[in-house]
Design a protein around this ligand. Sequence first.
Ligand code: IMP
Length: 178
Amino acid sequence: MKIKDLEFKKFFTAARIADKVTALAKQIYTDYNGKNPLFLPVLNGSFIFAADLIRQVNLECRVSFVKHASYQGTASTGQLKTLIGLNESIFNQDIILVEDIMDTGLTLSKVVEELRGLGTRSVEIVTLIRKAPARQHAVQPKYIGFDIDDEFVVGYGLDYDGLGRNLPDIYKAVGNPS
Ligand code: IMP
């Protein structure tokens, strides 16, 4: 499968992703039983994962969306932008950040820091994918779908230069794109 200049091959099938999402939803349901968490999917990449996950968490909960951007093409620009879109009251809330993929972990650690400074009761992360570099970071997700090497992936919400988000399966780039 080709997107622009890059060749991709299948990595996780839609069925495998679905099983993983169900398992993550069960864990979250168990841990947050009796609480009313606020899910904060981090746009754009997490929109499909968040939709599938949250529909399986049978708790009274709220959902709001936040956005930041640190990526252009396949390599992190290292330029972090602050969170936008947070117009819910998050004081005293149990926040669950929903992320598609953690690469360096830099973007999310900044978001977590920002949220903790706003009087939240708790802030946890659920990420569908954690890449190898993120494992070195101080801020770690409580819930992880797949741990992968330093691969560039697309599909199921993840993009390569804006393309590939609509693919039901997840693909990895062949060779080293960066
Ligand atoms: P980090 O700050 O380096 O952890 O970058 C996280 C963000 O970069 C994710 O939310 C994605 O939007 C994007 N990203 C990182 N790796 C990939 C990838 O393999 N495919 C598509 N987007 C990625």
